[in-house]
Write a protein that binds this ligand. Structure first.
Ligand SMILES: [Zn+2]
Length: 275
């Protein structure tokens, strides 16, 4: 009897510690691999993900994103207003991904030359740099819209078999549309990179939505904005094309949280109207 009373007291004691410790850190329910997690803290609190300090918006909100295959066991470190450190553990829902076979890709695209590889590395650095921006913009809080309406011809995460060879998974959502179809900004932001002809992605545009969240638009035939431009949600920023490694005209839309590649499908409602 004494023993169980002691346990009860101990349990109540620990529950009250746990509650007071994490009362200020709120996280959205059911975070998932390749998804964005939104959280909230009280003024004066700091949040770290691994070594990275997360930017906190004036209203206390913050975001963090998880790539395709990140470990489901995750944790955040909260430093409260008194400087006390709290570890908050959570588990991501694991996803299963499809296999997509694509044939008819040219030899040059399958086996880039030494010169091509140099070019590919340089372009990848340019893209990585644009995605490193950690601006104060709050456009990530908007409800995103589809940049183009059309048939979904490729989804996020699919393991790709190109001309029979297993290759990297696909990290965007492909929307088939004729060349010249307007591409609209899915949310507001600032243009951080414009390139008219990258090896794989052709005409490529990156828009920063703030706090490390960015959209990339690939295979464009025309880009209508320049680096530094501010764009509003729904504004036409480019035109669909078939530039780079493609088998037809489409928009490949990607969303990143810094270097983590997220699934754009999580950001928009199901596509209702088709053209
Ligand atoms: Zn694609």
């Amino acid at each position: 009897m004494r023993d169980s009373l002691f346990h009860l007291i101990l349990t109540v004691f620990f529950i009250s510690i746990a509650m007071s410790s994490f009362a200020a850190l709120q996280l959205e329910d059911s975070p998932t691999q390749s998804g964005l997690l939104r959280g909230h803290v009280d003024p004066g609190e700091q949040v770290f993900y691994a070594e990275q300090q997360l930017k906190i918006a004036p209203d206390g909100s913050f975001i963090l994103g998880f790539g395709r295959d990140v470990t489901p066991r995750q944790s955040l470190t909260l430093i409260d207003a008194g400087g006390v450190k709290h570890i908050h553990k959570f588990t991501l829902k694991q996803r299963k991904y499809d296999i997509q076979r694509i044939n008819g890709i040219s030899k040059q695209m399958m086996n880039p030359s030494e010169d091509d590889l140099k070019r590919i590395r340089k372009e990848a650095q340019q893209v990585a740099k644009a995605r490193q921006q950690d601006s104060d913009r709050l456009n990530f809080q908007e409800s995103f819209i589809w940049p183009v309406i059309g048939r979904i011809s490729g989804i996020y995460g699919s393991q790709r078999i190109l001309n029979g060879e297993p290759r990297r998974p696909h990290f965007g959502i492909d929307i088939a549309a004729p060349k010249g179809t307007p591409v609209k900004a899915p949310a507001g932001g600032a243009v951080t990179m414009v390139h008219n002809g990258m090896f794989f992605s052709g005409g490529t545009l990156i828009v920063d939505h703030g706090h490390g969240l960015s959209s990339s638009f690939l295979h464009l035939s025309k880009i209508l904005v320049k680096v530094g431009d501010q764009v509003a949600q729904g504004e036409t920023i480019a035109q669909v094309g078939a530039t780079g490694r493609v088998t037809g005209s489409h928009l490949d839309w990607r969303i990143n949280w810094f270097d983590q590649r997220l699934d754009p499908a999580f950001f928009v409602p199901p596509m209702t109207q088709e053209p």
